[in-house]
Design a protein around this ligand. Structure first.
Ligand code: NAD
Ligand code: WQD
Length: 336
């Protein structure tokens, strides 16, 4: 089966392409390289022996999408393409709504025209906002989001819900990722943020490799066991496998399917620092700083629905997440 992978050159998309190829699924990638590099294709080839078909272009380009659907018999679409930096989205809401919301509408319209009715969408635990009760289930309320990035994910979810109601033959799967971290265990593929990393793990990794002096720990006065923020970190390889499980189990079943992809375990910032120090063999320098605006104290997933209905369960431990991130970062100190 051929699957169109939008944003397939990015962090999560590239790892998913590798796993798809391992499973005999043929990815066709469209990516405008606004946050990724062409070198990713070479790494996919090194890992799998296959160079996927790659179209460099934008998902908002209707003609390009029509051409891709015309040139390939696409069975499903996995839609990763989008902008994802929370802080930047506050500065540039227009770009975020245009890319994430309008881009998805153009994509779904092209799918409709081409008669492709299976879509897996990269959503985020951010759509849940700051719920009172942990763990978060798929029926926890959504929409109380605090920034344009999160709102764009919530808006896309709502658009897709309406589209599926209006075109009932569509199979639409919303995968709400918790905190993706880690890298391919080979050390050849990983996260390569441009500029100063926004997220915890890539920041720690850059401290470890000497690109940053120390980690700022954003707050140690949260109501959590050690006072630092708690998140459900999930290895990117587990996340990649979650997409394949979703494609196989519900990708051909008409309806709207919603799943949390997390491990069900929360870890604090200091626990992540400790795991990384163990992986790289020396202490990660950090300073306790004020809380970051918009952060919540804790967030972790109830994964029962994905475990039961997708037959999927995250396998990697926090220690493996740190080891694989370190292998990638130390082999590729400047990224790709
Ligand atoms: P990424 O930036 O590494 O990958 C996104 C890819 O999409 C990049 O290669 C970029 O060049 C491409 N792209 C962006 N806009 C495009 C457009 N208009 N047309 C074509 N290509 C375009 O990000 P990622 O971490 O791999 O995230 C993938 C998806 O998962 C995103 O939709 C993101 O919002 C979502 N997500 C990510 C996280 C996370 O923490 N990484 C968490 C939850 C959800
Ligand atoms: C994790 C913890 C920070 C950096 C974000 C998005 C979310 C999703 C995943 C896309 C928090 C602390 C961080 C640092 C720190 N993305 N931290 N020092 O905020 O849970 O989620 O990425 O959908 O939408 O909001 O992830 O990695 O930024 O932070 O102390 O330099 O690490 O305060 O407790 P977050 P994160």
């Amino acid at each position: 089966m051929k699957v169109l992978v939008t944003g397939g050159m990015g962090y999560i998309g590239s790892h998913t392409c590798v796993q798809m190829i391992e499973e005999g699924i043929e990815p066709v990638i469209v990516d405008n390289l606004c946050n990724s590099k062409e070198a990713v294709l070479t790494r996919i080839h090194e890992l799998t022996g296959v160079t996927p078909v790659f179209y460099q272009g934008d998902i908002r380009d209707r003609e390009l999408l029509a051409r891709i659907f015309n040139e390939h018999r696409i069975g499903s679409v996995i839609h990763f393409a989008g902008l994802k930096a929370v802080g930047e989205s506050v500065e540039k809401p227009l770009e975020y709504y245009d890319n994430n919301v309008h881009g998805t509408l153009v994509l779904v319209d092209a799918m409709k025209t081409a008669g492709v009715t299976s879509l897996v969408f990269s959503s985020s635990a951010t759509v849940y906002g700051d719920p009172d009760i942990m763990p978060i289930t798929e029926s926890t309320a959504t929409g109380q989001v605090t920034n344009p990035y999160g709102r764009s994910k919530f808006m896309v979810e709502e658009c897709l819900r309406d589209i599926q109601l209006a075109i009932p033959e569509f199979s639409i799967t919303l995968l709400r990722y918790f905190n993706p971290v880690g890298a391919h265990p080979s050390g050849k593929m990983g996260e390569d943020p441009q500029g100063i990393p926004n997220n915890l793990m890539p920041f720690i990794a850059q401290v470890a490799v000497g690109r940053r002096e120390y980690l700022s720990v954003f707050g140690d006065d949260y109501p959590t066991p050690d006072g630092t923020g708690v998140r459900d970190y999930i290895h990117v390889m587990d996340l990649a496998d979650g997409h394949i499980a979703a494609l196989k189990s519900v990708g051909e079943t008409a309806g709207l399917h919603i799943f949390n992809l997390g491990t069900g375990q929360g870890s604090s910032v200091l626990e992540m620092v400790g795991a990384f120090s163990e992986a790289c063999g020396y202490e990660i320098a950090f300073q306790i700083c004020p809380r970051r605006a918009g952060d919540i104290a804790e967030c972790w997933a109830d994964t029962q629905k994905a475990n039961e209905l997708l037959g999927w369960k995250a396998r990697f431990t926090v220690s493996e997440m740190a080891q694989d991130t370190w292998r990638w970062q130390s082999n590729n100190p400047q990224g790709y």
